[in-house]
Design a protein around this ligand. Structure first.
Ligand code: ATP
Ligand code: MG
Length: 223
């Protein structure tokens, strides 16, 4: 069974009295363990598609099954539980708590799950080690480089041991060399832990590192 199976999905945003169709007849199947890049011009629907896949946003029609479970039939609570246990999110601008330490940031997703308090420090340390920044554990985010911040953000995404990472321009704020390192880190997590990766990028070199490249244009996924 595919991890993600989307059929004839449509999504509109309300704009005043009208509707703007941001996703049009999307058919998309992603198997467990795949690495997929999504490319497309600004405003083409990449973030919208990622937010729908991540169950952060709803859709108007069509079907979406995550690991065989119908997302369209889930209530908000079921979707929150799915996100907390199965999906890690990584953003271009990291979205970390800047005045908190790396460890504190990586602990946050565990607070929404069922991990006992006493087990949290060990899981946080493991995640920071996996992303190559164990020595930054007690440092505040404000005192880190962009690459270090993204490593902390990836640690936060993987601390719950998710099946899927959704990354929206994860290298968009980084220089070329650091971007390559962050991609190697994400691909390493895919190889070692089998995490499925879906990465939005404007950079064709970054996209070419993924197993499959999808292109979206005006809400239509090109095949
Ligand atoms: N909340 C919203 N309400 C109305 N329209 C929206 C909303 N969010 C996005 N849109 C529109 O939907 C389209 C797709 O937006 P989206 O953010 O998915 O694009 P994108 O491909 O991620 O672009 P970028 O590369 O600039 O991040 C755009 O035309 C945008 O204006
Ligand atoms: Mg976007």
């Amino acid at each position: 069974m595919p991890l993600i199976e989307i059929k004839n999905l449509n999504k509109t945003y309300p704009v005043g009295k009208n509707k703007f169709q941001a996703l049009k007849h999307i058919d998309l199947t992603i198997e467990r363990g795949e690495t997929v890049a999504i490319m497309g011009r600004s405003g083409s629907g990449k973030t919208t598609l990622l937010n729908v896949i991540g169950t952060l946003d709803t859709f108007d029609s069509g079907t979406y099954n995550y690991d065989g479970r119908s997302v369209g039939k889930m209530n908000d609570r079921a979707k929150s539980t799915l996100r907390a246990s199965e999906i890690g999110f990584v953003q271009q601008d990291f979205l970390l708590l800047n005045r908190k330490t790396a460890s504190e940031n990586v602990t946050v997703p565990l607070m929404f799950g069922k991990t006992p308090y006493r087990k949290m420090p060990e899981l946080v340390k493991k995640a920071l080690t996996e992303t190559g920044v164990p020595e930054q554990a007690k440092k505040r985010i404000t005192d880190m480089s962009g690459g270090q911040k993204q490593r902390v953000a990836i640690a936060r995404a993987i601390v719950t041991d998710p099946s899927l990472i959704l990354a929206d321009e994860p290298t968009g704020a980084l220089d070329r060399a650091t971007s390559g390192e962050i991609m190697e880190l994400l691909l390493g997590l895919n190889r070692k832990n089998g995490i499925t990766l879906v990465i939005v990028t404007h950079d064709s070199e970054i996209a070419a590192m993924c197993g499959r490249v999808l292109r979206i244009s005006d809400g239509v996924l090109e095949s």
